[in-house]
Design a protein around this ligand. Structure first.
Ligand code: ARG
Length: 460
């Protein structure tokens, strides 16, 4: 049987090779529920506009519900001759209802239909990802109280820079994930606009009510230009970008914890349930979960790239190229969700190796900046203090000493007024306590942020 979309204009049957080449049912079957819901909304609107009788609409809606269940359960087989999900639903309806089924496609096209289905699907998927992002934030915040006293080196250029509280690290990821959630929320507003009834490209001469279908389907707005409606894929690209930033954040986190779990760093032990072994080296416990998260970021980036290249230079309006927008985005959602599902237990179940962290915490002169700021507070110009502390660090390195182990006389060469009070900003613990600016790692600041995060994420 050939697709109902082949009208009387065709002089021969479709070539089997084209059928196989052009089908999308193998992947757009995922949109079955959205397609059914969109069709039900459309049929009810047609009845309200007297383009169908109430009885016809009722019969169509009743049958559509059944067909949706049967496609999902596999009872209705998927056939490439029927091309896509729209044709599977419509042809089945026609097989069962005859001419009544033939009326459903009144006043719409597959061009607005696919955009409707995809938007509905993306909208739900965004909501699922938002929930997972929330759970990951909760996992980070959930660690903050127990890890509060742990001081870690913060790095710039992967070189030890300044000391920070461990929860300062965890909340850094919460901030990034919060922006990811914000971006998704904002993107969702543009996803959530109704293309339905834009029809093929110019609208329709039938008296449809686009606002009614939009309302029923939960769309916040109706797209105002049918040419734009038929061609717009910004919502796909934007979503793909939002998913990409999530993966970039996960990838940064993964990379950091991969490093931290090495013998060289020895800061963290990942839960063994999420590690794998080596087939030859018996001692190995490998961080494969987070390595794969880092690796899968590449797919999601690639999917965004594919979408961008796909739409580049397409003339208005719908072009069949646009069928290629779906698999990459399906893949991005699947990947992001899988990664988040694994990141949550890894974050919650990892253990900071506090002894090992503490044993080397005084390495790297993490207190040098606070020492410089101590001199600034005593009136020394910043550039002079910066230079002076640099020289102190150099002589301490030569003597294999920490700054706090230098004799008072060394500091007094910079300023004879300096007294033993200087030792109160030296050493990493003192240095951490010395911070006070908004957003810094000052313990009071961090504690306040933990409290705020707990409140906003609904944690006790
Ligand atoms: N499978 C198509 C897609 O994903 C559905 C829309 C087809 N429209 C058309 N006029 N052939 O884009």
């Amino acid at each position: 049987m050939s697709s109902p979309s082949r009208s009387g204009a065709f002089s021969e049957q479709v070539d089997r090779r084209l059928e196989k080449f052009s089908e999308s049912i193998s992947f757009d079957h995922r949109l079955v529920l959205q397609d059914i819901n969109g069709s039900i909304a459309h049929a009810r609107m047609l009845a309200a506009q007297e383009l169908l009788t109430e009885e016809e609409a009722a019969a169509i809606c009743r049958e559509l519900e059944i067909i949706g269940g049967q496609i999902q359960s596999g009872e209705i087989p998927l056939r490439i001759e029927l091309e896509d999900i729209h044709m599977h639903v419509e042809q089945t309806l026609i097989d069962r209802l005859g001419d009544v089924g033939r009326k459903l496609h009144t006043g719409r096209s597959r061009n607005d239909q696919i955009s409707t289905d995809f938007r509905l699907w993306i909208r739900e998927s965004i909501d699922r990802v938002d929930l997972l992002l929330l759970e990951l934030q909760q996992a980070f915040v959930g660690r903050c109280t127990a890890d509060f006293p742990v001081i870690l080196p913060a790095y710039t250029h992967t070189q030890r820079a300044q000391p920070v509280l461990a929860p300062h690290y965890w909340l850094a990821y919460c901030e990034k994930l919060e922006r990811d959630r914000e971006r998704l929320r904002d993107c969702r507003r543009r996803v959530n606009r109704s293309p339905l009834g834009g029809a093929a490209v110019a609208g329709t001469s039938l008296n449809i009510d686009r606002h009614a279908t939009a309302r029923v389907l939960g769309f916040e707005e109706v797209m105002a230009n049918s040419l734009d409606t038929s061609s717009d894929r910004d919502f796909v690209l934007e979503t793909a970008f939002c998913l990409t930033t999530i993966m970039l954040h996960l990838s940064t986190w993964a990379e950091e914890w991969i490093l931290w779990s090495t013998t060289e760093f020895d800061f963290i032990e990942l839960p063994h349930a999420f590690c794998t072994g080596s087939s030859i080296m018996p001692q190995k416990v490998n961080p494969d979960t987070i390595e794969l998260i880092r690796g899968k970021a590449a797919r999601v980036i690639g999917n965004l790239q594919q979408g961008i290249v796909l739409v580049k230079g397409l003339p208005l309006a719908y072009n069949r190229d646009l069928q290629e927008d779906k698999q990459p985005l399906f893949d991005s959602f699947e990947t992001v969700e899988a990664c988040l599902e694994l990141a949550i237990p890894v974050v919650a179940g990892s253990r900071l190796k506090t002894d090992s962290i503490a044993a080397r915490l005084e390495d790297g002169y993490l207190d040098a900046t606070t020492l410089m700021e101590y001199l600034i507070k005593r009136g020394m110009p910043q550039r002079q203090a910066h230079h002076a502390v640099g020289s102190l660090v150099r002589s301490a390195m030569t003597a294999k000493l920490q700054l706090r182990q230098l004799p008072l006389t060394e500091f007094q060469q910079l300023d004879p007024q300096i007294d033993a009070g200087i030792y109160e900003v030296l050493g990493t613990e003192n240095a951490v306590r010395a911070f006070l600016s908004y957003g810094s790692t000052a313990p009071g600041q961090v504690q306040q942020q933990i409290d705020e995060w707990k409140k906003s994420l609904g944690l006790p």
